[in-house]
Design a protein around this ligand. Structure first.
Ligand SMILES: Cc1ncc(COP(=O)(O)O)c(C=O)c1O
Length: 382
């Protein structure tokens, strides 16, 4: 046995999502833990993949991505946000949102650079910053409303601050940024060289007629931002691992220097299929309504239980406060729910570094009607 070098991520184990999914499988529980749909993507999209494979599009794509797909993405962004990205030089197709996030951090974060993140936070931000020697400064958003105190955020800024990572709409809280939040952020970064990594993978899942305020709508923010999106979330294909990063040319040039050695390029036939499918904007414009129906079904079903439903403005996650149901910590409670009540969830404190417990769990409602029905039935027993 050789002596292993010191781990580069000493405190990192298997993600909570994999752990809860494994526990769900072992206990034959309904898996509302990990964020993926349990239904099929649109057959039209599947047929396009089949077609492009059979037509012979099976070799490397260009490093930045297939032009046809980048053009469709540019159109989507312009139509939704009136913001123009040049498809050739400002949009890069990535292996999912995760690789776009990793590559952005790898490109810009050096030893001792400070990066501000907002908790509850998606799990890949902090380890990736640490991997490149950066230091994470965190602002905690708390249940039930997850409001941001921008004065406190401002106090986190120092002359070492290199990047702010935003996740809007936020996984797991379901909170979206409002105009006032954006204006406060603009005040903080104006006149600085701070970059923004804006993780907007749930941009098309915003409810009740509310507006997703993309970073690219605001010139002061756009010029310093790398916008990350995911087709996994957009078209129910999380396993295909395709996403993109949109950023001004100077930032994209640097991003691609790393991207070319990180993955070089991404799945050709799937890029072509996505481009074909995106020609019909209904395919993404209807997503809000599609998931709002699922959210409303879950919320209605749980309304008469002892769980407290926190607001869900976007994403496909519902946060549940359970302090009337159990006094266990959220990890133990999530385990008990999985083993005894056959519903797997994710404990909320796993999205924080220091918070021990807030009696909140996260449920994913990107599921078939019958899956949600069975979960509601089981949760109603508590
Ligand atoms: C907030 C957030 N960012 C990024 C990702 C990763 O996206 P992808 O699956 O396309 O890598 C996820 C996936 O769950 C997510 O929830």
């Amino acid at each position: 046995m050789i002596k292993l070098p010191l781990s580069k991520l000493c405190n990192v184990g298997t993600t909570i999502f994999s752990q809860m999914t494994q526990l769900a499988n072992e206990n034959e529980a309904i898996n509302l833990s990990q964020g993926f749909p349990d239904f099929m993507p649109d057959p039209e999209l599947l047929n396009y993949v089949d077609r492009f494979i059979k037509e012979g599009f099976n070799q490397y794509a260009p490093m930045g991505g297939m032009m046809r797909l980048k053009e469709e993405i540019a159109k989507k962004i312009e139509n939704s946000h009136k913001s123009v990205y040049h498809p050739d030089t400002e949009i890069t197709i990535t292996a999912g949102g995760t690789q776009a996030i990793f590559t952005t951090i790898a490109t810009f974060i050096k030893k001792d650079d400070e990066v501000i993140i907002f908790e509850p936070a998606y799990d890949c931000y902090e380890p990736t910053v640490e991997l490149f020697g950066g230091v994470v400064k965190r602002f905690e958003m708390n249940a039930p409303d997850f409001e941001i105190d921008w004065n406190m955020v401002k106090n986190l800024v120092s002359d070492k601050t290199k990047m702010i990572i935003l996740n809007n709409p936020n996984n797991p809280s379901g909170k979206i940024l409002k105009e006032n939040d954006i204006q406060e952020l603009i005040k903080i970064v104006e006149g600085t060289s701070i970059l923004i990594l804006s993780d907007e993978v749930y941009e098309n899942i915003v409810f009740d007629g509310k507006q997703h305020l993309s970073i690219c709508k605001y010139p002061e923010l756009k010029k310093r931002s790398l916008l990350v999106a995911s087709f996994g979330k957009l078209f129910h294909i999380t396993g295909w691992k395709v996403g993109y990063c949109a950023a001004p040319k100077a930032l994209t040039d640097e991003f691609r220097k790393i991207h070319q050695f990180n993955v070089f390029s991404v799945n050709t036939p799937i890029q072509l299929a996505l481009a074909e499918y995106m020609k019909n904007p209904d395919h993404y414009d209807q997503l809000n309504q599609f998931f709002q129906e699922k959210r409303d079904f879950l919320r209605k079903g749980l309304a008469t239980t002892s769980f407290e439903l926190l607001d869900c403005e976007g994403t496909y996650f519902q946060a549940l406060k359970y302090d009337k149901v159990s006094d266990k910590n959220d990890f133990d409670f999530a385990r008990e729910l999985t083993i005894n009540y056959k519903v797997a969830s994710v404990p909320f404190s796993s999205f924080y570094k220091n918070k021990l417990n807030d009696n909140v769990i996260r449920l994913c409602f990107a599921k078939k009607q019958e899956t949600l029905e069975r979960a509601i039935e089981n949760l109603a027993k508590l």
